[in-house]
Design a protein around this ligand. Structure first.
Ligand SMILES: *Cc1c(COP(=O)(O)O)cnc(C)c1O
Length: 380
């Protein structure tokens, strides 16, 4: 199988992990801080807080911005469920806005249409690795006094008007799951310029405690206070050693992802049944995903058949995502269903994600393109 997304780990990464294992600190140690500083420097913000997953990072973000019972958080329908779930963890209510058909990015007009007196925050998702229209979103949030959070889990290394994802919203969340740009096994981080948000994030990550184990060890003190309800969302030094080593290779990984996307773009330009998503002029795309829209009417083929035929050919295609409000939990709990976000729902029927991870060879990329052309053009 040609994987749609898979980690790229080398000997240097493995050595870094072994060193961490042999060190004094397996968790709350110096590697966590080193990784946080490297991340903050890379995206150009003052603070990063590394945590145990991207989902934990989203939960920390919802806590830090003060989401509580009844608060509404506007999220796009086209995202991974964790974006919306994190609002619910804090007692908030996710409100689904629609996306734009050409990019599947959060539609600022739909955001504005969903604002009520209970709205507290907007979570922008840089779908597939393309940054959202942050100028428009910041303007709306500013006008209505809302916090702007970015779910940048697809977009580490992406840029909007020359600024890196991570520096475009009040808080930005990343994931280091193995299919993402860099990995720590499981892991995530939250980026911010706000010192106040930074200290709230750190508190929430560690049980709501005023100090961590290392701080107490260094101060020779046993005393701490629980000042709020927090969780254990810590990440280990073993993971952060891997993260530091991976981050050094991010430019290389991004270059390869963009090369592969460029090949797909050129090839599919001549195949009218296969339409890649549009890329806006103001952005540098990070290509976590390469998503095409299949013209199923022209093909007289359903997506399920196309999906199966591609997998039978050894290509691990995928679908990102089932619109969140269509999941049974959301339908039941919030009384949602089809018709709420028509653009996302229509797009869902015909999107397919193609393999785009850095370790793909040119031969594999060519194989994927030929396979899709063959499936798309074979009469059924
Ligand atoms: C991967 C991902 C997450 C969750 O990250 P985990 O590290 O798997 O918890 C959240 N949002 C989006 C958009 C993602 O792609």
């Amino acid at each position: 199988m040609i994987p749609y997304g898979r980690q790229a780990i080398d000997e240097e990464d493995i050595r870094a992990v072994i060193e961490a294992l042999a060190s004094d600190w397996l968790t709350t140690g110096p590697k966590v801080e080193e990784f946080e500083k490297a991340l903050a420097d890379y995206v150009g913000v003052n603070y990063a807080v590394a945590v145990s997953s991207g989902t934990a990072a989203l939960h920390c973000a919802m806590y830090a911005v003060g989401i509580g019972p009844g608060d509404e958080v506007i999220v796009p329908a086209m995202t991974f469920a964790a974006t919306a779930n994190s609002a619910i963890y804090q007692g908030g209510v996710p409100v689904f806005a629609d996306v734009e058909g050409e990019t599947l990015l959060l539609d600022p007009q739909s955001v504005e249409a969903h604002i009520t007196t209970k709205t507290k925050a907007v979570v922008a998702v840089d779908y597939a690795g393309q940054p959202c229209d942050y100028d428009a979103l910041r303007e709306i949030c500013g006008k209505h006094g809302l916090v702007l959070v970015a779910d940048g889990c697809h977009a580490l290394g992406g840029e909007y008007k020359g600024r890196k994802v991570g520096s475009l919203a009040d808080l930005t969340v990343f994931s280091f799951h193995p299919v993402k740009h860099i990995t720590t096994g499981e892991g995530g981080a939250i980026m911010t310029n706000s010192e106040e948000l930074y200290s709230r994030l750190r508190l929430f990550r560690n049980h709501g405690m005023t100090s961590d184990f290392r701080q107490r060890a260094e101060a020779g003190s046993w005393y701490y206070e629980i000042v709020d309800l927090g969780y254990n969302y810590r990440i280990t030094d073993i993971q952060c050693a891997l993260g530091c080593s991976q981050l050094k290779k991010l430019p290389e990984f991004l270059k390869r992802r963009r090369e592969i996307a460029g090949r797909y773009d050129a090839f599919f330009a001549d195949i009218p049944e296969v339409n890649p998503l549009s890329v806006q002029a103001a952005v540098q795309h990070a290509y976590h995903l390469y998503v095409v829209r299949i013209d199923l009417d022209a093909l007289a083929l359903d997506r399920k058949t196309l999906f199966k035929q591609m997998r039978d050919k050894g290509v691990e295609v995928n679908v990102h995502y089932i619109p969140v409000h269509l999941h049974p939990y959301y339908r039941k709990r919030f009384g949602l269903g089809p018709g709420l976000c028509p653009v996302a729902e229509a797009a869902y029927e015909r999107i397919v994600s193609l393999p785009v991870c850095p370790r793909l060879t040119d031969g594999e990329v060519q194989y994927v393109m030929n396979a899709l052309q063959e499936v798309a053009r074979t009469p059924t």
